[in-house]
Design a protein around this ligand. Structure first.
Ligand SMILES: Cc1cc2nc3c(=O)[nH]c(=O)nc-3n(C[C@H](O)[C@H](O)[C@H](O)COP(=O)(O)OP(=O)(O)OC[C@H]3O[C@@H](n4cnc5c(N)ncnc54)[C@H](O)[C@@H]3O)c2cc1C
Length: 273
């Protein structure tokens, strides 16, 4: 059977098409799907594209921002209210890729891709997910990533994110061997709210350190309630790789990733560029 492309004019129509055929896939920006087709890894099955405008819109109300899953990295970079997410959006490929690569597609990109998702994880993002024709329900990104390998997640319609008031409160670092657009050896995002000079509610997320982006919970515990000084950073550094399961691939070995993670985490926490 050849590849069949169907156009859904609403989100629920798209969710219904995906639910009705377990091999069907959403065609979002297509940077990964088209590569699979061009390189012969995807030769048949149903692809669904969405024309409903909401899929590609950004709505800000109060502090919370709803980003349609079809919004591209290039569009994120144009929005001042999303300044905290500009560094992770810039970390995704080169200009041609960023013009097509969507926020939704990045949630599904296999490691070492998924740089933007790492930043979303550090911001405790919720996803809006539609299964079949039902209403979209909110799913915490961490829960979604934990279940990703099992498949069948349905249609992600949007992400709900609360960027920090001060964009600098979200720190992001992507380590790659080829600059400016190589694949990640690893990436780190750190949201470090301070209260009375102490870290309160830190979220640290890691990319390429497991099969999906993961939170560095041991690091978060080491930071919590403490001033962000050299002693705290040393304590965080000592537990940086706890709970990680990086892969060995063409970019780096598992050993190398574990070795360099503490160095880059400490630099990020110290505010070094
Ligand atoms: C040359 C090149 C360089 C790249 N560099 C990077 C990089 O530096 N960092 C990085 O993170 N990524 C990189 N990527 C990978 C990719 O471009 C991004 O991860 C991108 O965000 C994927 O989004 P997309 O819209 O193109 O996904 P698509 O190709 O459209 O889809 C990818 C997968 O996600 C599923 N999907 C997409 N959206 C949804 C949704 N809303 N609901 C349910 N399923 C969905 C699709 O069905 C498909 O299985 C690169 C890719 C290329 C080709």
């Amino acid at each position: 059977m050849p590849i069949e492309l169907r156009t859904a004019s609403t989100l629920s129509e798209a969710a219904g098409l995906l639910a009705g055929d377990r091999n069907a896939r959403l065609l979002s920006g297509g940077t990964l799907i088209m590569r699979d087709i061009n390189e012969g890894r995807l030769t048949d099955g149903l692809l669904v594209r969405i024309t409903e405008p909401a899929y590609r819109q950004i709505n800000a109300s109060g502090g919370r921002i709803e980003i349609g899953a079809g919004v591209t990295m290039a569009e994120i970079l144009k929005r001042r209210e999303l300044a905290a997410l500009h560094a992770p959006a810039m970390a995704v490929g080169g200009p041609a890729v960023r013009n097509m690569a969507s926020v939704g597609g990045n949630l599904f990109a296999e490691t070492p891709y998924g740089d933007f998702t790492v930043a979303l994880l550090a911001l405790d993002t919720q996803l809006m997910v539609m299964q079949g024709f039902g209403a979209a329900r909110a799913v915490p990104l961490e829960e979604f990533l934990g279940a990703r390998a099992r498949g069948g997640q349905g249609l992600v319609t949007a992400v709900m994110v609360t960027p920090p008031h001060n964009a600098a409160d979200l720190r992001f670092r992507k380590v790659s061997r080829v600059r400016p657009k190589g694949m990640a050896v690893l990436s780190v995002a750190a949201h470090l709210p301070l209260s009375g000079g102490r870290v309160a509610g830190a979220r640290i997320a890691l990319g390429a350190m497991a099969s999906t982006p993961v939170r560095a919970k041991a690091v978060e515990r080491a930071l919590e309630g403490r001033p962000l000084d050299q002693a705290t950073i040393a304590a965080a550094r000592a537990v940086a790789a706890e709970g990680t399961r990086p892969a060995t691939d063409a970019i780096a070995s598992e050993w190398y990733r574990r070795e360099v993670l503490p160095v880059h985490l400490a630099r990020l926490l110290s505010g070094q560029g």
